[in-house]
Write a new protein. Structure first.
Ligand SMILES: [Zn+2]
Length: 375
């Protein structure tokens, strides 16, 4: 190799590193803008698209690590067999039907669309049909959504349904997903939101149906919840978090959030999950251990990583108030986000019902364990 070509290669390497750093910074900026709904004009939009392509070649910005057992996994009063049989009805077929029911509500669940109202009504009636105690929190006015809906327009902030526990009914496990969708490329166009977050909403409904109909003894109560306006900056969950922290819903001991759980990924590491939290919050080690043990026992999720530096979804407002919360998300979510997320391309083409069912059974196993502590 000549000196000249070595120098050329070296400068290409430096340029690649510089480009990668720039791409990641720009992507972070565009995501923040998108979350705040502040993407304006063609230059911001083309930046988002350009960066989405560029970031495919750079390393992931998520701070993933290997799980190490803290020895704090929840011990259930249910047998391993009872726990595994609970998930028998959650198959690729039933999960697919559930996801289609959600998609059929409307071609958009964007905050400004009629589909957003219909989705809230759908969740309420599904919870009511299961005999849950159901209530709704109105979306309070917020600058994050004010540019899309006028202040007179009423929207639901969250729909909640409670399944009462037995001897520990005042202690609550919550499982939630956001029901809104968005198309940041053109907010007037379709926003199917199949993976983001029809998939998580389907998970919550599958768990609600399974646990409401089950005969197993859940000592703690379970609250199922659907949040609005996640896409404009975690608006619904941010308004619900202080209510949860106040104790109004009982003593909420742990929360599981599902956001993008049905795309199995491409390349290496397919059919894997990420368990994401803030490692500094007390009680999160026990939650991560519970997830990890359930994943190792289970059934379709082929591997997982943990992220103790969470960002960007409905787990954050609860973690910021010290409530142990874990986000369950598909391992390759960044790739999905870069190619299809927050656009008309988030369709059934880019999800896998079997994987969504596996993620749902995993969440079910975790929630059932958390709700049935050993005496
Ligand atoms: Zn989402």
């Amino acid at each position: 190799m000549s000196i000249l070509s070595a120098a050329v290669l070296c400068s290409i390497g430096e340029a690649k590193v510089a480009y990668a750093a720039k791409a990641r910074a720009a992507r972070a900026r565009s995501l923040r803008l998108a979350q705040r709904g502040q993407l304006r004009g063609p230059s911001d939009l083309s930046l988002l698209q350009e960066v989405g392509q560029a970031v495919l070649s750079v390393e992931e910005p998520e701070q993933l690590e290997k799980w190490e057992d803290g020895g704090l996994a929840a011990q259930s009063s249910l047998s391993t067999r009872q726990l595994s049989e609970l998930g028998d009805h959650i198959t690729g077929e039933t999960y697919g039907h559930q996801l289609h029911d959600i998609a059929d509500i409307s071609s958009s669940r964007f905050i400004a669309s009629a589909g957003n109202v219909k989705a809230a009504e759908f969740m309420q009636s599904e919870f009511e049909d299961l005999g849950l105690k159901v209530w709704v929190e109105d979306l309070k006015s917020s600058s994050d959504v004010a540019q899309f809906i006028s202040s007179e327009v009423q929207r639901t902030g969250a729909i909640l349904g409670r399944l009462n526990g037995t001897d520990l009914a005042d202690e609550v496990v919550m499982v939630a997903a956001h029901f809104d969708s968005v198309n940041w490329v053109d907010v007037t166009e379709t926003a199917p939101g199949i993976d983001d977050n029809g998939s998580g909403l389907a998970l919550v409904l599958m768990l609600a149906k399974t646990l409401a109909k089950s005969k197993v003894n859940l000592r703690r109560s379970v609250i199922f919840a659907a949040f609005n306006a996640e896409e404009e900056g975690l608006v619904g969950s941010t308004q619900v978090a202080p209510i949860v922290a106040s104790g109004k819903y009982g003593n909420v001991t742990s929360i599981v959030i599902a956001d993008e759980v049905a795309w199995p990924g491409s390349g290496s590491g397919q059919r894997e999950a990420i368990f994401e939290t803030l490692g500094t919050v007390h009680g999160t080690t026990a939650l991560l251990d519970t997830f990890a043990h359930s994943a190792k026992e289970g059934d379709g999720v082929e591997g997982f990583k943990v992220n103790k530096h969470g960002f960007g979804s409905d787990h954050m407002p609860f973690l910021e108030r010290g409530i142990p919360t874990v986000l369950l998300i598909e391992g390759d979510n960044m790739h999905h986000a870069d190619l299809w997320g927050h656009s008309s391309k988030d369709t059934f083409e880019h999800v896998d019902f079997e994987f969504g069912a596996s993620m749902s059974r995993l969440a079910l196993n975790v929630v059932a364990k958390l709700a049935s502590p050993e005496e």
